[in-house]
Design a protein around this ligand. Structure first.
Ligand code: PBG
Length: 340
């Protein structure tokens, strides 16, 4: 029957061999687009496992060069640092302390690896005793009636700006606010400029959803909220037009780059943001996405390499210019071996 259709179109011709598939590929990844998130905890001589994220560890600042060296050897030149302080308080003062854990880590990292790009996460949740991403509004912020604790926006923005300045002074090339307060990008930009740090770039977590996929991160960073949730500041997963509003505001406020987070469940949002954004767009393949693949792979239920390569490729296909992933070192290797 088919033989009679002389003009049959045969898309399979372009899938016939490795060589032809490689030539007609629409999506290509490169190690320079990868960002590796690293957890740094206060102390000395510490390298400890993170239960919920097998393969990832917490490093004290003095041990940070070890993992930076491994990342650099694998071909990853961009890192995103999260700090975990020894002491937490209501105002998250460890975030903007000149000798805070992240500031120590940035100094140590820059000293040994000046060519690397250091991105510092700007948020309060790792530093506050209540685990929320900012300072709380008195009693009202804790009332049982308010399911999501009320984070006081404007005082929090001031502390975030202070944090960003202190991180930039310690050596951050890029600051990345992940708190979702209103107006923080503009305030951070203004504070950096006022401090003579006009060359420090802002990568905004412009579109960040209130997601269950951050679960393993909260174990890693000890940053789970002590009560309530983050729904009064992070976005509702049901909304995508709202992402356009967040994007527009952050661009107006001076974001140099933006990101969408989490990754895989939000490909439609990522694609829409990419189409509307004149600045580079990142996708954050978050802790839950990492741990799901890891856990299934450890049980022998999924092929980790193929699953990770596919997920990364799909994020780039959907629009990611920058890919933030805990699999960055492995991915860099697989890219070099021509596996994606
Ligand atoms: C801090 C922050 C979080 C993540 C990045 N920055 C946690 C949260 O919002 O609860 C999550 C990253 C991940 O899950 O890998 N606010």
């Amino acid at each position: 029957m088919l033989k009679m259709l002389k003009m049959l179109k045969r898309p399979r011709r372009l899938r016939r061999t490795d060589a032809i598939r490689a030539m007609v590929r629409e999506t290509r990844l490169c190690p320079s687009m990868l960002v590796y998130p690293i957890f740094v905890r206060e102390g000395r001589n510490i390298i400890e496992d993170i239960n919920a994220m097998p393969g990832q560890k917490r490093y004290s600042p003095d041990e940070l060069p070890r993992i930076l060296e491994r990342a650099a050897e694998a071909g990853v030149n961009n890192v995103l640092l999260f700090g975990i302080p020894e002491h937490k308080d209501e105002a998250g003062s460890g975030a903007y302390a000149d000798n805070g854990v992240i500031q120590q880590a940035l100094r140590e990292g820059k000293k040994h690896f000046p060519q690397m790009l250091f991105i510092a996460d700007v948020c309060m949740c790792e530093y506050t005793s209540h685990g929320h991403c900012g300072v709380l509004k008195g009693e009202e912020g804790r009332s049982a009636a308010v399911q999501s604790a009320t984070v006081d926006n404007d005082p929090t923005v001031e502390l975030l700006a202070r944090t960003a300045v202190s991180q930039a002074r310690a050596g951050a090339d890029v600051v990345a606010p992940s708190d979702m307060m209103d107006g923080r990008v503009g305030a951070i930009r203004a504070a950096l400029d006022a401090a003579g740090l006009e060359d420090t770039a802002v990568l905004s977590y412009a579109v960040k959803y209130a997601s269950a996929f951050y679960g393993p991160f909260r174990e890693a960073a000890g940053s789970a909220p002590a009560f309530g949730d983050r729904k009064s500041y992070q976005m509702d997963p049901r909304n995508s037009r709202e992402a356009m509003r967040e994007l527009a505001l952050d661009l107006e406020e001076g974001a140099d780059m933006v990101m969408v987070k989490p990754g895989l469940p939000y490909l439609d949002v990522l694609k829409a943001v990419k189409e509307a954004s004149p600045v580079p767009v990142g996708a954050y393949c978050v802790s839950g996405e990492y741990s799901m693949i890891k856990a299934a792979a450890m049980k022998g239920w999924i092929d980790e390499e193929r699953a990770v390569c596919e997920a990364a490729t799909c994020l780039v296909r959907a629009g990611a210019d920058i890919l933030i992933t805990y699999h960055a070192p492995e991915l860099a290797g697989w890219i070099r071996e021509g596996k994606l």
